[in-house]
Write a protein that binds this ligand. Structure first.
Ligand code: CTP
Ligand code: MG
Length: 237
């Protein structure tokens, strides 16, 4: 009953601005993807990491992972990604060997997630939850709007009660069969979902939340890169 981590890393990183694909940008001199792989491999539960690479960089990513040390217990595979995150994760899931029973899906763009968060997610799946997401309460109040014409003020539709909202992170953890069924059932062409648990919800299966961690934030915009460098520098001090 092995556990694998699928790492979608095939995005361009448009919101980060011009440059290499986001997962290959460096943080403290090391590519973000390598940090993310190490963060998964740091969990003793994880014996395989499946990296879903930008299709044109698959060979380069294989070389990169060969150059950086991982724990000896950790195997890795590299597969080419797709047009959307959902498609990339599906490709990673399709590459999983038979003996994997628990699957983590972790964004390469969350390079600094602490191992305790990874372990908490794995433990909750092993304890019987088919789908587990780490999440944190929100600092900002959230409003639903009716998106209208460009540059026009948007009418507010609703204000969900903030205390009931959670911002979800990764790694999200799944019983393998549940994740496979979710990815096979929900069409790529449809509305899809921005996270994997969202696909499981569309199946009508239960999803539970465990505490996330501030340092599991996603590097999305330039300011996030600055924060990630600062967190890393503090860890190394
Ligand atoms: N991802 C992927 N395949 C895609 C799109 C995204 O594997 N076709 C991955 C990204 O590499 C990232 C994770 O999904 O690790 C979360 O996506 P996001 O933060 O949106 O990254 P990007 O899509 O690269 O960024 P942007 O949306 O700004 O272009
Ligand atoms: Mg994206």
């Amino acid at each position: 009953h092995r556990t694998a981590a699928v790492i979608p890393a095939a995005g361009r990183g448009i919101r980060l601005g011009p440059g290499a694909p986001k997962a290959l940008r460096t943080l403290g001199g090391t590519p973000m993807l390598v940090h993310a792989v190490r963060a998964m491999a740091a969990s003793r539960a994880v014996s395989l990491v499946v990296v879903v690479a930008p299709p044109e960089d698959t060979a380069a990513v294989k070389l990169l992972l060969g150059e950086h040390s991982l724990p000896v217990r950790t195997d890795y595979l590299v597969v080419p990604g797709g047009e959307t995150r959902q498609e990339s994760v599906r490709r990673g899931v399709e590459a999983l060997p038979e003996d994997i029973a628990t699957v983590l899906v972790h964004d390469a763009a969350r390079p600094l997630v602490p191992v305790d968060t990874v372990d908490a997610v794995v433990d909750a799946v092993r304890a019987g939850a088919p789908a587990v997401v780490p999440a944190l309460p929100l600092a900002d109040t959230v409003k639903e709007v009716e998106p209208g014409a460009k540059d026009q003020p948007e009418p507010v539709v609703a204000t969900p009660e903030r205390a009931r909202l959670r911002a979800v992170q990764t790694p999200q953890g799944f019983d393998r069969d549940t994740l496979v069924r979710a990815h096979l059932t929900v069409p790529l062409a449809g509305q899809g979902a921005t996270d994997d648990a969202g696909l499981v919800e569309q199946l009508g299966e239960p999803v539970v939340v465990v505490p996330g961690h501030e340092e599991a934030f996603k590097v999305t915009r330039p300011l996030d890169l600055l924060l990630a460098e600062a967190v890393l520098a503090r860890r190394r001090a």
